[in-house]
Write a protein that binds this ligand. Structure first.
Ligand code: TYD
Length: 140
């Protein structure tokens, strides 16, 4: 199941009284090469982000600051993960519908992605995603 492949990865942490440090090495700490980094910030209270799936993109989502909830769905099951640690990343494999909400004030959501931005790689319609992710449901 794709949902089982989505897991929290604990990144290396160098604790220091001057402030902690975390780093990410492509292919070592996460199972893909990083081609793009983007982040969500200044998210107003009550806002929802995501609401899409990717056909081939791999991603790692990190709460750099503050917290939020990620809801993931592979067409067979759903799971919600609360993100609130700068050293924890949620790995999301291809073919996962995701929604992100419950952003705390000042939250920063950073995403490491395996490829450049490509609108062709998106499912933005949930029914269409579901039809491809779980053909057994008989949705066309
Ligand atoms: P979208 O993927 O819908 O944001 P989210 O899933 O985080 O809610 O992207 C919002 C807009 O930004 C959309 O017009 C596409 C554009 N965009 C880029 O141009 N490059 C990028 O790397 C990303 C992630 C989005």
């Amino acid at each position: 199941m794709n949902l089982d492949k989505c897991e929290i990865l604990t990144l290396p942490r160098i604790n220091d009284p001057r402030g902690n440090l975390t780093y990410v090495e492509a292919g070592r700490h996460i199972p893909f090469d990083i081609k793009r980094v983007y982040y969500l910030y200044d998210v107003p209270g009550g806002a929802e982000r995501g609401g899409h799936a990717h056909k081939a993109l791999h991603q790692l989502i990190i709460a750099m600051s503050g917290s939020f909830d990620i809801h993931i769905d592979d067409g067979f099951g759903k799971k919600t993960i609360h993100m609130n640690r700068s050293y924890s990343g949620l790995y999301i494999c291809p073919m996962i519908w995701r929604e992100i909400d419950n952003f705390s004030s000042g939250a920063v959501c950073m995403v490491l992605a395996s490829d450049f931005y490509d609108e062709e790689d998106y499912y933005r319609n949930y029914e269409k995603f579901l039809a491809d992710a779980n053909p057994g449901l008989g949705i066309s």
